[in-house]
Design a protein around this ligand. Sequence first.
Ligand code: IVH
Length: 720
Amino acid sequence: MSQTDMFGEPAQQASPAQASPTQQAAELRTQLHHHAHQYYVLDAPQIPDAEYDRLFQALQALEEAHPELRTDDSPTQRVLGKVLDGFSPVRHAVPMLSIRTETDTEATGAQAFDARVRRELGLTEDQPPVEYAAELKFDGLAINLRYEAGVLVQAATRGDGEQGEDVTQNIRTIGQIPLKLQCAEAPPAVLEVRGEVYMRRDDFEALNERQREHGDKTFVNPRNAAAGAVRQLDPAIAAKRPLSFFAYGLGEVQGWAVPPTHSGLLDALGEMGLPVCAERTVAQGASGPQGLVVFHQVIGQRRDQLPFDIDGVVYKVNSRELQERLGFVTREPRWAVAHKYPAQEQLTQVEGIDIQVGRTGKLTPVARLKPVFVGGVTVTNATLHNLFELRRKRARVGDTVIVRRAGDVIPEVVGVVGEARASYVPNFRMPANCPVCGSTVVREPREVNHRCTGGLFCAAQRKQALLHFAQRRAMDIEGLGDKLVDQLVDSALVRTLPDLYKLGLLKLAALDRMADKSAQNIVDALDKSKTTTLPRFLFGLGIRHVGEATAKDLARHFGQMGRKDDEQKTGIMNATVDQLLAVRDVGPVVAQSIHTFFAQPHNCEVVEQLRAAGVTWPEHEPSAEADAASLPLAGKTLVLTGTLPTLSRDEAKAMIEEAGGKVTGSVSKKTHYVIAGEEAGSKLEKAQSLGVPVLDESGLLALLAQNASGAVESANPDQL
Ligand code: IVH
């Protein structure tokens, strides 16, 4: 462990250089006890995990150098966590262990593990490689599910490893966890399945968004939200928290022939209806540890795109027989190791608080930070969401804060560390006027957000509106990024969306740092974007509350944009609030927002000007909701896997959705088709094992074409 903290300064507060080893150990223990209580018992951590690990490792190192300092109550000597008063204790039939963590570089980490395993098995160099299973290290909390005769009878947390808490009621609310195992033959007398309860990032974002809207406390990270939900005393509240689960191992087993390998075990659990993560591999044969190195690298690159947080990967000796031969040291199996990735939470300091003005005029306080490396990138800004969040978190200039960056989500300040402030720092106030355009700032009653009232007069809102319109999922104008939009708006070349299409080569090429070639590319991209679809166009307009999904629903329902001067009053532009309410998933707030948008003549003018500039999309007759059922893929669920030869994943998804189908991420018995391309992995295997029809790209196209003529049900999809 490095001797410096994350600011590159000596880690003073943890182990003052001048203190004696005894004092240092005592101080570290006090801090660790405090933070463990905050984390495990109160679900309110004050420092990031990486910081906790650092303190823990510092104490471990100290105790290793001075074994006489080791005390029975040292956090290093027992696994943490206390039984809360509200839950009954559960003694684990088989202790729940932890895994040794490797922090080495990716190559040496896997090799060191392999070398250790071989040494302990007494294997010499000329003997064959050991086979390993590699999987993800999910960032949630460990749960033991006890099935007796195939029925879920108890769910318990890990607690201290020997004794946990009975959280059966809450775990039962997790839809992913089967209450009854699917077994072809008689179910095992006892089967304890171990795995991780976690919260997906999108579920976490949505939950926090809801909490924020209601002015409730937000959760620090998905793991914390999951832990809070599992230990929520009121199962009704727990049920509203969207939890997920992955199985990764076993506890007590009676009356079941456990498969001889770990990978086989996970397959078998999957077949019993337990969620098992598809992102796993077996490194076998000559590739041995090299396969693990590649897995670590590949997952590291894809970490941001996963729908949930992981903090590393886990390597396990695949053969259960070898696992048994290897056994355990203290509380860790010798046959498994966790290999971590850089932490997604770090400490840094707030250097200032700026205000950013968004597309809808929302003023977002953003912390300007001392640069910090977190989640694989250097972060210099992090959102504080709104004034109330900022106040609740008590973030002020000069504070040390926890910054979180996970996935593609914008970095955020999740909390402040410590209470002491060096000197008086004034409380942050929202400005009365927009910092960009000077218009009045308002906060509507019962709203948490402050907004600039400048509308498209405000350059910040204009810029964001243009970026929203140009983004890949809307008009997809390649090359129109924030730098160019800044230039275009600041030089007054572009004020409104239609102005984009009046740009031309000359004006573009005259811009600073714009090569002729790039200017031509932008002109081409603008031209190309003119041929679009109604959902993309609608989404691109940036109507409040109209996201991609709503835009698709609206387009499907109305079929046409309509024209204000149309006597028939058809299309979305002319829809009344009641007509809008008839659209699937459109509620009063959304309906009102769409209606208000098109009641503004200047918004309709924008639509007309865009049409005049040549923007077109296919339209169809309005289709009542009943018609949705007659769409070619209505009610069908498809899964995409691997790389298709010509269609991108987004394109394939769009085509399927256009045809009324739904695209999901995992294969189950309910999946109608799996569309498999090059390098399709476990989803393909799963489809085959479940007998779900598998199609290639041309099969998909044929399905869409055939289906359109209503002939699909009789066709054998495998032969398409
Ligand atoms: S196996 C005997 N596999 O990491 C080994 N654990 O320090 C028992 N975890 O508390 C654990 N993903 O909650 C295993 N794929 C995975 C895991 C995993 C996450 C967690 C688990 C446990 C901790 C071990």
